[in-house]
Design a protein around this ligand. Structure first.
Ligand SMILES: [Zn+2]
Length: 337
């Protein structure tokens, strides 16, 4: 039926009518808030490029988690900045590692049971070189002049990632989330978790993670900038949607329980295609650059803060995300209440 019999504006006339026919909804329990843990006590260090975000010692992180429970958020995604870094990322799987310590503290208090504790599994925060895997250098050492030649060694990295996942699951992670993009890591992690008696711990795979300029501010937050080279030999080329589908398919065959797309807004088509093809819980990560560019616009008064935050999140939901990792989680939950 066409105009004038059909008038689509009829259902937009009042908020009551609009909310009745709204197709997509945001709920605080589908929002995940990332935290960056550091050793020490009473530390709440602002992250310059991410206004409102902090590096937190565990005691401060517990305060933050309390607020997240009150706001009804779905969970926390935990990253760690270790006291010391080395070539083998020892801090990633150390019994007394920073995220392990944080997990045990969170698990010790039943008040946090309502939050899904998701532990990021990667090596880049723990390696001196800042890459997500074990490296072998070919030719000169970094900084010796000329371009550093190096190789990220896949299978050795996978071993360490699996070890890290087991350590985090044992410390209390409800979900382990490998973000490294090595081949075969999900299979190895699943096998090691099962061997260790952690068969109930789900794997959330960052299945399609693109090499993106939008991760810039995170590298300050997690102190994980590569000291040489870049991550394009393991993270995906931003031009490739079909390859992203192969990554997801493989991770699911290897045992991933859920998948995560990263970044979100510049890759909504990838998210949408994943939603269409795979009937698995699917999340998206609104990454630091997406957050910081909105923050910069808010500071200049160029965008209306509340509306822009909610619109950015609803676009990600509409594209197909069941849940969203976002630095706006707390603020969005307040706006939704
Ligand atoms: Zn990494």
């Amino acid at each position: 039926m066409d105009f004038p019999v059909s008038r689509l504006r009829r259902m937009r006339r009042t908020e009551a009518l609009r909310s009745l026919v709204r197709e997509t909804h945001l709920r605080p329990e589908a929002l995940i808030y990332p935290l960056f843990l550091v050793p020490g006590e009473g530390i709440r260090r602002p992250i310059g490029s991410m206004p409102g975000c902090f590096n937190l010692s565990v005691d401060e992180a517990l305060q933050e988690a309390r607020e997240c429970v009150e706001l009804g958020l779905g969970g926390l995604l935990l990253f760690g900045l270790p006291a010391a870094k080395d070539d083998d990322a020892t801090g990633a799987w150390a019994e007394q590692g920073i995220v392990q310590t944080g997990l045990r503290a969170l698990k010790a208090d039943r008040a946090f049971d309502r939050l899904a504790l998701i532990a990021d599994v990667c090596l880049c925060e723990y390696t001196t070189h800042g890459h997500c895997g074990v490296i072998s250098l070919e030719g000169g050492a970094p900084g010796a002049g000329g371009e550093t030649r190096y190789e990220i060694r896949n299978d050795e990295s996978v071993e360490l990632l699996a070890k890290t996942a087991v350590s985090l699951a044992r410390a209390g992670a409800d979900i382990v989330a490998p973000s490294d993009m090595m081949d075969g890591r999900v299979r190895a992690i699943r096998a090691q978790l099962d061997d260790a008696g952690c068969e109930r711990t789900p794997v959330l795979s960052y299945a399609a993670k693109f090499a993106s300029a939008f991760y810039g501010p995170f590298r300050e937050a997690a102190d994980s900038a590569p000291q040489f080279g870049d991550r394009r030999s393991y993270q995906m080329d931003g031009a490739n949607l079909r390859e992203a589908m192969r990554e997801i398919e493989q991770d699911l065959r290897e045992g991933a329980d859920m998948i995560l797309m990263k970044p979100a807004m510049p890759y909504l088509d990838v998210l949408h295609e994943a939603r269409r093809r795979f009937d698995v819980p699917t999340g998206a990560y609104q990454v630091s650059g997406e957050f910081s560019m909105l923050q910069a616009a808010f500071e200049r008064g160029w965008l209306e803060r509340d509306r822009a935050i909610l619109e950015s999140l609803i676009s990600i939901r509409r594209a197909g995300a069941d849940f969203i990792v976002t630095y706006f989680a707390k603020e969005a939950a307040r706006l939704l209440s």
